[in-house]
Design a protein around this ligand. Structure first.
Ligand SMILES: [Fe+2]
Length: 285
């Protein structure tokens, strides 16, 4: 065999290997809409304390609106900084929709760069334990998931989607508290590359469906878990150029307080796209 032939054989084998290793996760997304990943670290207790810190954080901002405004101004400044483009989104910080009928939820979108921005531009936040405790808990919990998102991209043959001047994928880490009055009748798609459902205090309220050309309410069901403490990886709407379509999902109202934590992998420096996905059914009927 000539050197040239050897080279082409090697290239072919590499390509075939990539195809083979790319198949299972892509197939799984097509078949079920999600991949279950066994993960016991961080533990449920870690999330319980995250939710306790979140409650303190919410109570502090609701009783001290001046600090809530300060945090909002920090977010407004951050989304004008260059680090914002790494995440290709403007979702950062505190969203209090507790008084918004139906929405009835409070969420915080954490990112390490936003945290650093707060530390360097608003050192006064460091004097408020209700704020620092919550932000530090977010920082610690989201850290390991960069590798998991990288692995998922490699398994799909998308090794380069996260490569950038920073050496980890842009992660938006969302902590959300649904109030008992929360109602929702329509599923949605996430505006992420991948979303990772890390924890919730009520798994059964989350229904999802693999992507289809049309949907009915019956297509949606709670994911079948093999492990009790697993996390679920789903594709979001930012991978369509690779023929990977997003998994629609809905959190049904339960009449109870529900906490949840999700990590979104975003795409660095990604221009906004106008992509129409299949319409989603109304659960009211
Ligand atoms: Fe979502």
């Amino acid at each position: 065999m000539t050197v040239r032939q050897k080279f082409f054989l090697l290239m072919f084998l590499l390509f075939a290997f990539q195809l083979l290793s790319a198949t299972p996760l892509a197939e799984q997304f097509k078949r079920t809409g999600y991949a279950e990943i066994c993960n016991s670290n961080p533990t449920a207790a870690t999330f319980d304390s995250l939710y306790a810190y979140f409650d303190e954080f919410i109570a502090f901002l609701q009783t001290n609106p001046v600090w809530a405004q300060k945090l909002y101004r920090a977010k407004e400044r951050f989304i004008r900084s260059k680090d914002r483009n790494y995440y290709s989104t403007d979702f950062f910080g505190f969203y209090d929709e507790s008084e918004n009928e139906g929405r009835s939820q409070v969420s915080f979108y954490y990112s390490p760069h936003f945290h650093e921005f707060i530390n360097s531009h608003y050192p006064e936040f460091n004097k408020v334990p209700e704020i620092t405790r919550f932000l530090e808990a977010c920082l610690a919990i989201q850290k390991p998931y960069g590798n998991l998102f990288n692995d998922a991209a490699v398994k799909l043959g998308l090794d380069t989607i996260f490569s950038s001047t920073y050496n980890r994928p842009p992660i938006l880490f969302k902590v959300v508290k649904y109030l008992p009055s929360y109602v929702n009748t329509r599923p949605h798609y996430d505006g992420s590359a991948f979303s990772l459902f890390l924890d919730s205090t009520d798994n059964q309220s989350l229904l999802l469906s693999p992507y289809k050309s049309s949907f009915t309410v019956e297509d949606f069901s709670p994911p079948q878990r093999e492990f009790s403490n697993s996390i679920l990886l789903i594709p979001g709407g930012l991978l369509t150029e690779f023929s990977i379509y997003p998994t629609p999902h809905i959190v049904l109202p339960s009449g109870k307080t529900r906490y949840a934590t999700v990590a979104f992998a975003m795409r660095p420096h990604y221009p906004p796209q106008k992509i129409e996905f299949s319409p989603l059914p109304d659960f009211k009927h």
